[in-house]
Design a protein around this ligand. Structure first.
Ligand code: ADP
Ligand code: LRH
Length: 487
């Protein structure tokens, strides 16, 4: 069999990478050709935190050219974080700024939206969990703070849609990323007119979403003899990550562990009942008619920020320092909204500890340990919620993404959840992205085959429960969670 080569562009909030995936003799291999820090800046005129979308596009092109310089590639696809978008005017030029989801512009706007449509109705229509940064509330903020942007806009492209447009000149909205907006009807897979109106958006700005695996167009490069197909994968990074995870059954929970920890199950059916809403589980759109019934946990963002504030030690150094620190000493609720974008994460953690009678963690090891212990207990907490929701026990946890390299957190997760943990692959989003392209090209027959190929191609880490978590630590954490619900 001749090798098939696709380029997967995977943009996380931490870093962007351009990766060549090669399928040959029933195995898939990855070669990273370009990596860059995702450019986030502050716009002094508006006070917004913004993505530098021009620099992102320049890096994507640079990566693609590097890939084509090594060997011919057939196609390229992009996946990115959810919810954020770019507006284009009638000349297809950008309107306004690419405001980033952690920007404070949505403060108070969920309540304004709820005055127009009650949350239970929004949830019934969309099946998407409530987060202040969902596109619905970001758009409401845009309508209020920059009405001229929406007046001039003729197209709304989510971040990966924008990259596909920048490469091919074609305008499409892809389904999986569209579901993150909380504007899409769960039932029809198309835009909900009432929610668009509440968001301040005209229907004409939106295209009916295309399925993952759709050929959007092509891109020509100076250093490639033939045009390269542009194929939309599951263009939400979590959709791509879970697509490549060889999930065995509904009893296996995934943790897509990067900047966020997205924890849930893959399911043929959506859960939109009262319990799902109360527990705030979302039903995000997947690549083969499946849903990801999941929650957004604040994840390794906390460690990324702490690391920056404490002199930028490497992740392995952080993990080693945490492993040497006393266990279960300081616990926090990692999902507390104060950790979303505080001026100082170190101070935010200290303040949270003080407010909840936990000892202040001091230094890299203690702070790292506090975060990893708390995340492991958070995973155990969500495992219990998933069991409550589905009425079935969770018997395995599969950790995928960059965070799966954290052996300490993997072991703590097995210990806290009391079930085996499988860790890896690391670049799962890029893999899922490439697999969808391979399926569209006919080089793989189905998602099931793609997952079998991924299983054969990547060795995974295995962790079994080893060390008991003290009951006192579990009850302290449960109290933090109960306090959060009461607040
Ligand atoms: P994103 O796609 O959101 O940018 P990634 O999937 O790249 O995120 O994962 C980034 C996270 O992976 C980092 O926050 C870090 O905690 C973890 N990580 C990266 N490298 C290592 C490593 N060598 N050891 C432990 N953890 C790591
Ligand atoms: C992870 C992720 C997550 C979204 C968040 C904004 O990168 O896509 O699934 O909710 O970013």
């Amino acid at each position: 069999q001749d090798a098939v080569r696709c380029v997967a562009v995977d943009l996380g909030a931490g870093s962007g990478r351009v990766i060549v995936a090669e399928l040959k003799d029933g195995l898939i291999g990855l070669t990273e050709v370009h990596r860059f820090t995702t450019p986030l800046g502050h716009d002094a005129a508006t006070g917004h935190d913004v993505w530098d979308s021009d620099l992102i596009v320049a890096n994507v092109r640079e990566g693609l050219e590097k890939a084509a310089a090594i060997a011919p590639v057939t196609s390229v696809g992009c996946d990115t974080w959810g919810v954020d978008f770019v507006l284009l005017d009638e000349r297809r030029e950008k309107v306004g700024l690419s405001v980033a989801y952690r920007d404070g512009r949505t403060a108070g706007l969920m309540d304004e939206v709820f005055a127009d449509m009650p949350p239970a109705e929004i949830y019934r229509r969309t099946g998407i969990h409530f987060q202040p940064y969902n596109s619905l509330y970001q758009l409401r903020a845009t309508a209020k703070q920059h009405p001229d942007w929406l007046e001039r806009a003729r197209h709304l492209l989510f971040t990966p849609d924008y990259l596909h447009f920048a490469l091919s000149g074609e305008i499409r909205n892809e389904y999986t990323i569209a579901t993150t907006s909380q504007l899409l009807s769960l039932e029809s897979g198309d835009w909900d007119g009432d929610l668009l109106r509440i968001a301040g958006l005209k229907r004409a700005l939106m295209k009916t979403p295309v399925a993952p695996g759709t050929v959007v167009g092509e891109v020509r490069l100076a250093n490639a003899a033939r045009p390269i197909k542009v194929i939309a994968p599951g263009s939400h990074d979590t959709a791509s990550a879970v697509a490549a995870a060889p999930i065995a059954s509904g009893r296996e929970a995934f943790v897509s562990s990067g900047t966020w920890s997205l924890m849930g199950i893959e399911s043929e059916r959506a859960y939109t009942g009262e319990l799902a809403r109360r527990l705030n589980f979302g039903n995000e759109g997947g690549v083969a008619g499946t849903y990801r019934v999941l929650k957004n946990l604040m994840g390794l963002w906390l460690i990324q920020r702490v690391r920056k504030e404490l002199g930028d030690p490497g992740f392995s150094e952080v993990v080693a320092a945490a492993a040497a620190a006393p266990a279960w000493r300081t616990l926090i609720d990692p999902d507390d909204i104060r950790f979303l974008n505080p001026p100082s994460m170190v101070e935010a953690i200290a303040a949270f500890a003080a407010a909840h009678g936990e000892p202040a963690p001091v230094g890299l090891g203690a702070i790292g340990r506090c975060i990893f212990d708390s995340l492991a207990l958070d995973y155990a907490h969500v495992k219990g919620e998933l069991e409550q929701l589905t009425g079935q026990p969770i018997d395995t946890i599969r950790i995928i993404g960059g965070g799966s390299q954290n052996a300490l957190l993997n072991q703590l997760t097995a210990d806290a959840c009391g079930v085996p943990v499988t860790a890896g692959p690391v670049e799962t989003s890029a893999l899922g992205n490439a697999c969808l392209q391979m399926i569209a090209l006919g080089a793989m027959s189905s998602l099931a085959e793609a997952r079998a190929i991924v299983s054969r191609s990547f060795p995974l880490g295995e962790y079994t429960p080893k060390n008991a978590v003290p009951d006192a630590a579990r009850s302290r954490f449960a109290r933090l969670k109960t306090a959060a619900v009461a607040a």
